[in-house]
Write a protein that binds this ligand. Structure first.
Ligand code: MSP
Length: 533
């Protein structure tokens, strides 16, 4: 073992009944940013994602596609894998629930639960929603538009009667409530925590954890007429990937309990109620935190197959650029809240914040250095208060960003960074280095040096969110690639005067809307992307 602290972060595993859209991208993006941040902050990180391939929903999707579930899951799982490169995600493992290692882990967990008398055989009669892969009680159902009964999520329900194994969830009510009390930040945001607590206070029923009416699942050990309930199967992925059932393995010892399961608000109950109960029942520790983020709508509408409005992340990246998409998804809404994606707002942020605030700052400073300092890092003279204040705000930034990241408050982390971006722009205007060129060239060098140090800090801290652009910023400052972790922040690792610099290039291009086809030729269209920045 490395002796470094560890950080284990997971995405939900995605159902392979559908192609990936920005909702899925969002969950994984949040985890990627945390994984990158923690690696730069000296942690040994494991970042897991994957696909949830069993259950009735996937079985039905395969049937509709006219192929076997095996063939179907291979194909759709690959779409999710392909998305990782499109978004520049740095997961350390990709798990598929159809893998042998997972079957082994699930069956071992089942066996433990059975041996501890946490599972018993009975029969189930009740409502089931395939879309949610969830059981509902009569009282939870709501009236649909045609007088039919629907799940609270709006999913259609069907009546199911079959022999089934049950998990003694009802026996876990008090212990779960105690666990939430002892771990006030187990569920975040707080409003979601309150929902979970009141759900559990409302009373828990034993949970059906096996099905007999279809076969696409992991067989129950010793009773192959049953396949495991897909959520028991799916949740187990988080421990499969670190070596369960070998709880003594180095990876299990290093990474369990997980630091964070990132989930959407729709699947919080499974993660914050069922999962800790399964784990405690098996004698394992629950994860440290479950964070439930909000949902995206698109231009005010729910993302849905029937509306055909699901934005393909690939298209978004083609239009705006990879880093730009990463930035705006995390910047646009307070993490935890629902958000609406609008192209107008996206362009506003790309041009206003990335191209103008940050891109122009770097571009202005670096071109001035190229022109007036012989293309190398200038030599600073004595600092005045304005210089010292800007540099101090850079040094304070890591603590602020770290505590926001630890609370999964990405919008806050970015706001803290932007406070310094704006301060730097204010400083440029006040210090007016272009005017100093003639009147006081030594002072100009100091001002440009202070600004370069500021850009270095901003570049270092922006790496998790906009990795490629931040790397280009740091390249232009000739920061050694080995000196880009957070250990290199601060004055001790400041830029060395005299270091030769490469020719400055714009880092964040402005987004210019391409002209509609019909109008082309009337007047010269600007390039689709590119220009200043
Ligand atoms: N397979 C289960 C998870 C099992 S984890 C042990 C599942 N899969 S899913 O593919 O339906 O959803 C995965 C994630 O995508 C969820 O966290 C969900 O909240 C997220 N999103 C799906 N659509 C979304 C939006 N429109 N907006 C934001 N996130 C959304 O559930």
């Amino acid at each position: 073992m490395s002796g470094r602290p560890s950080y284990y972060v997971t995405t939900p595993i995605y159902y392979v009944n559908d192609s990936p859209h920005i909702g899925h991208t969002y969950t994984t993006l949040a985890c990627d940013v945390l994984a990158r941040f923690k690696r730069l902050d000296g942690y040994e990180v494991k970042f897991l994602t994957g696909t949830d391939e069993h259950g009735q929903k996937v079985d039905k999707a395969a049937e509709a596609a006219g192929v076997s579930p095996n063939e179907f899951t291979d194909k759709v799982s690959q779409n999710f894998r392909d998305l990782l490169a499109v978004m520049n995600f740095t997961n350390d493992d990709f798990i598929r629930t159809t893998e042998e290692r997972h079957k082994h882990a699930c069956q071992a967990l089942w066996q433990r639960l059975l041996e501890r008398d946490e599972i018993y055989l009975g029969s189930y009669a009740g409502w089931y929603a395939v879309r949610d892969e969830a059981f509902y009680t009569e009282s939870e159902l709501v009236d649909g538009p045609n007088g039919d009964k629907l799940a609270p999520s709006g999913a259609p329900v069907e009546w199911v009667e079959e022999p089934s194994y049950f998990f003694r969830l009802s026996a876990w009510q008090e212990r779960l409530l105690r666990f939430y009390d002892d771990n006030p930040e187990f569920v975040l945001p707080q409003t979601r925590r309150n929902e979970v607590v009141s759900f559990v206070k409302g009373g828990l029923q034993d949970l059906s954890v096996s099905r007999t009416t279809f076969k696409w699942g992991i067989p129950v050990p010793g009773d192959p007429d049953h396949v495991m309930y897909v959520w028991l199967d799916a949740l187990t992925n988080y421990i499969t990937a670190i070596g369960f059932p070998d709880a003594e393995s180095e990876s299990f010892q290093t990474y369990w309990p997980a630091d964070l399961h990132m989930v959407g608000k729709d699947i919080l109950r499974f993660h914050a109620v069922y999962w800790p109960a399964f784990l405690m029942a098996a004698g394992l520790e629950p994860p440290k935190r479950v964070f439930a983020h909000g949902w995206w709508t698109i231009e005010g509408q729910k993302i849905s197959k029937s509306l055909g409005n699901a934005i393909d992340p690939l298209e978004l990246v083609d239009t705006y650029g990879r880093d730009q998409v990463r930035y705006l998804l995390l910047r646009e809404v307070p993490f935890g809240n629902d958000g609406d994606f609008s192209h107008q707002a996206a362009i506003g942020r790309i041009n206003g914040e990335l191209a103008n605030d940050l891109g122009n700052l770097a571009q202005r400073v670096l071109s001035m250095v190229a022109k007036n300092c012989g293309g190398s890092v200038p030599e600073p003279g004595p600092y005045n208060d304005d210089d010292r204040e800007l540099l101090a705000s850079c040094e304070r930034l890591l603590d602020a960003v770290r505590s926001s990241m630890d609370a999964q408050a990405f919008h806050e982390a970015l706001e803290a960074i932007w406070t310094v971006v704006r301060a730097a722009n204010g400083y440029v205007d006040r210090q007016a280095p272009w005017a100093l060129r003639k009147t006081d060239p030594a002072r100009m060098q100091t001002v440009l040096y202070v600004l370069m140090e500021t850009i270095r800090h901003l570049g270092l801290l922006m790496q998790p969110v906009v990795p490629e652009s931040a790397a280009r910023m740091l390249d232009q400052l000739a920061v050694d690639p080995e000196h880009r972790t957070f250990a290199f922040m601060g004055a001790d690792h400041a830029l060395v005067p005299g270091t030769a610099l490469p020719k400055p290039e714009p880092v964040f291009p402005r987004h210019v809307e391409p002209e509609p086809e019909a109008e082309k030729g009337d007047n010269k269209p600007e390039a689709g992307k590119g220009g200043g920045g």
